[in-house]
Design a protein around this ligand. Structure first.
Ligand code: PRX
Length: 653
């Protein structure tokens, strides 16, 4: 693994001199208003996190903050609690019972508002239904749903029972769903008859049927009626959500007290091998990490209307739609559909309609908005906004400045938040009110977080030099292991630099201590903020009968940040054609998800390989980016490469 941060990007970033100090009016009211917070947390990280943990409700108080036996951490030992109690019940005992927890809008324009009291009722009903289906503490539940309120309700119902859930993004294929169900050995699946996207119904139930045909661990399927689209219901296995909940009436299902380290959920994410990793998050540390970061980074106040635009199928939605905000008793906006439906101003119409105050979205979305033009935000009164955030990939300074001017009206601090599925919580980000922001930099590690940039030998690199970003101290929401695969957990994250967590990202730090993220340094792609493994896409391609071998690389893409390029060699008898390219794209969409569909496919007689038969992806990247070819001395046959380069350039021109 080497740092390949491109020289062009680094020099462009080095020129960034614009500074945005916190607006004084914002700073005056900010949750994070004391610069000493950093020194305090640094002097006593465990004390800092214990202070944050005091904001939770505990059934039994914890006895010890941390037990660190690298690479295994236990946080808040001896404590018992329940995630749902902290997200719902405790608010429903106060005036927040009648405060909006979720203000939801469907893509067709239908609306629902659920107060914390409503949420408590629905979560109880769902928990009772799940219990009747045999779900007990420790059992796994798979959730495959559109962005409708029943999705967080299902998650919270599982957590109420102490049943770890695994949410599978609704855009994933039946094959991907099958793999995740099998790995987690889920007993019950929760889905819907479909969801709306760009005016169409996206069917989900049929995908579940395909994913659990034949041998499966799934015994029962609960189905929410969202669209009324026709679906098959299998007698004895499938139940309608509304019927199952109605049969329960208005029950009270006690919150199962669980140990601090009880598994809360498993979330699958792509890694450097073909098989997705089941990232395990546990209860107390995760709730502490997400709620503390949500409070200090998003400056959440009682009266805020907070909107994180992510899909709950990704970690951003888990941490910053469901758990962080709900522990904090916040009002969440939830939107089902696409940002350009019915028109390209849908997000801004929502901001105006609900007087949204905090908006958290992704750079890829911002780049689309930039391309669509300023007339769309200009149609709406967005004066309610007071804070903006981004997540998922590096934000280019132009997009940052556009966001600042055209969405934030030049008055809203921007928090560029760096983190991962594995970290569970934001790790590097400005604290609005304290941090002077710089377009393109995620700025500083969160208080108590220790981030370093190391060279291959494990030495810290000098300022302004690229290296591997590592986290050198445990943090509460860190992943605990890969579900069922401790060995992979150790190998993947903790073996390069023992005792330090390897992020897989390259970074540099400038002379002011600001961190600049340089993208992945491993075989992981970030396509429109979605994480994909090159090996996964390669396996999907090779599963097509015409394909002998495939190599996948990331290429620059104006909107998506990265796109997917595939170099494919065919089996004897197969003939390259545009139709075959289309079939291969479809194959990837079918096996993984439409988001993984290659942007470019190149047929080639051979792939450049080292003498030990490793495909030289670095050289493929050089070709695709039009760079001079790097060192080719280890190749078996350098002529293969020259031919490939020539053919690639012919196709491009
Ligand atoms: O490469 C980093 C990038 O997204 C990766 C994590 O992806 P995932 O686990 O899907 O989680 C995404 C949402 C937290 C990281 O390894 N990334 C995420 N946020 C940023 C980022 N890169 C640069 N700047 C960010 N703010």
């Amino acid at each position: 693994m080497t740092v390949t941060g491109e020289a062009g990007t680094i020099s462009a970033l080095l020129k960034e001199e614009r500074r945005y100090p916190p607006p004084p009016e914002f700073a005056a009211q900010a949750n994070a208003n004391d610069p000493a917070i950093y020194a305090r947390a640094e002097a006593d990280p465990e004390g800092f996190w214990a202070e944050q943990a005091a904001r939770l409700d505990w059934f039994t108080p914890f006895q010890q903050v941390l037990e660190w036996k690298p690479p295994y951490a236990k946080w808040f030992l001896g404590g018992t609690l329940n995630a749902t109690y902290n997200c719902v019940d405790r608010h429903a005992k106060t005036w927040r019972r009648n405060k909006a927890a979720i203000i939801w809008e469907g893509e067709p324009g239908d609306e629902r508002v659920l107060t914390y009291g409503d949420l408590l009722r629905e979560v109880n009903r769902a928990a009772a239904a799940l219990k009747r289906l045999g779900v007990k503490k420790g059992d796994r539940v798979a959730i495959y749903m559109p962005m409708i309120p029943e999705l967080p309700i299902a998650m919270l119902a599982c957590a109420r029972l102490g049943a770890p859930f695994t949410v599978v993004f609704g855009g994933f294929s039946p094959d991907a769903l099958r793999e995740r169900i099998a790995d987690s050995a889920a007993k019950v699946a929760i889905t819907a008859d479909g969801g709306y996207r760009r005016g169409n119904v996206v069917g989900l139930k049929a995908n579940v049927d395909a994913a659990i045909s034949g041998e499966t661990t799934i015994e029962k399927v609960l189905v929410v009626r969202r669209t009324g689209a026709p679906i098959q219901m299998q007698e004895g296995r499938d139940l309608w959500w509304h019927e199952a909940l109605d049969a329960e009436g208005y029950p009270r299902v006690p919150c199962e007290p669980v140990d601090s380290e009880h598994p809360l959920y498993i979330l699958y994410t792509s890694g450097t091998t073909g098989k997705p990793k089941g990232v395990l998050h546990t209860t107390a540390g995760y709730l502490v990490g997400t709620s503390a970061t949500h409070r200090l980074i998003f400056d959440i106040k009682e009266e805020d209307v907070y909107w994180c635009t992510a899909d709950i199928g990704w970690v951003t939605g888990h941490s910053y739609i469901v758990f962080g905000p709900m522990v904090n008793g916040a009002t969440n906006i939830m939107y089902e559909g696409a940002p350009d439906w019915p028109d390209k101003d849908r997000f801004w119409a929502l901001v105006e309609k609900y007087r949204i105050t905090i908006l958290y979205t992704a750079p890829t979305a911002i780049r689309s908005f930039m391309r669509w033009g300023t007339e769309y935000p200009a149609r709406h009164d967005m004066s309610s906004l007071r804070l903006l955030g981004t997540v998922g990939e590096p934000i280019n300074p132009e997009a940052w400045v556009w966001y600042w001017e055209h969405i934030g009206g030049g008055r809203c601090p921007i928090v560029d938040t760096w983190w991962q599925t594995e970290t569970g919580q934001i790790m590097i980000s400005p604290l609005p009110g304290l941090t002077t922001t710089v377009p393109g930099s995620a700025t500083k590690p969160f208080p108590g977080v220790k981030a370093e940039i190391l060279d291959e030998a494990g030495n810290p690199v000098p300022d302004n030099t690229g290296g591997n970003l590592v986290l050198s101290r445990p943090w509460p929401a860190m992943m605990r292991t890969i579900w069922g695969d401790d060995e992979r957990y150790v190998r993947q994250y903790w073996s390069k630099y023992p005792g330090k967590y390897l992020t897989g990202d390259g970074a540099r730090r400038d002379e002011d201590g600001n961190f600049w993220l340089l993208g992945r340094v491993d075989d992981v792609l970030n396509v429109a903020g979605h994480r994909l493994g090159t090996m996964e896409i390669e396996s999907a391609l090779v599963s097509h009968p015409a394909v002998a071998e495939a190599a996948v690389i990331g290429i620059s893409h104006e909107i998506k940040g990265q796109g997917v390029a595939a170099f494919v060699t065919l089996r004897a008898g197969a003939t390259p054609s545009d139709q075959l390219k289309e079939e291969l794209r479809e194959q990837v969409a079918k096996v993984i998800s439409p988001i993984a569909r290659p942007d470019k496919i190149f047929f080639t007689a051979e792939l450049p390989k080292t003498r030990s038969a490793k495909i030289m992806r670095r050289l493929l990247r050089d070709i695709a980016e039009g760079r001079a070819l790097g060192d080719t001395t280890t190749l078996t046959d350098p002529a293969v490469l020259a031919e490939l380069k020539k053919r690639y350039e012919e196709k491009e021109s």
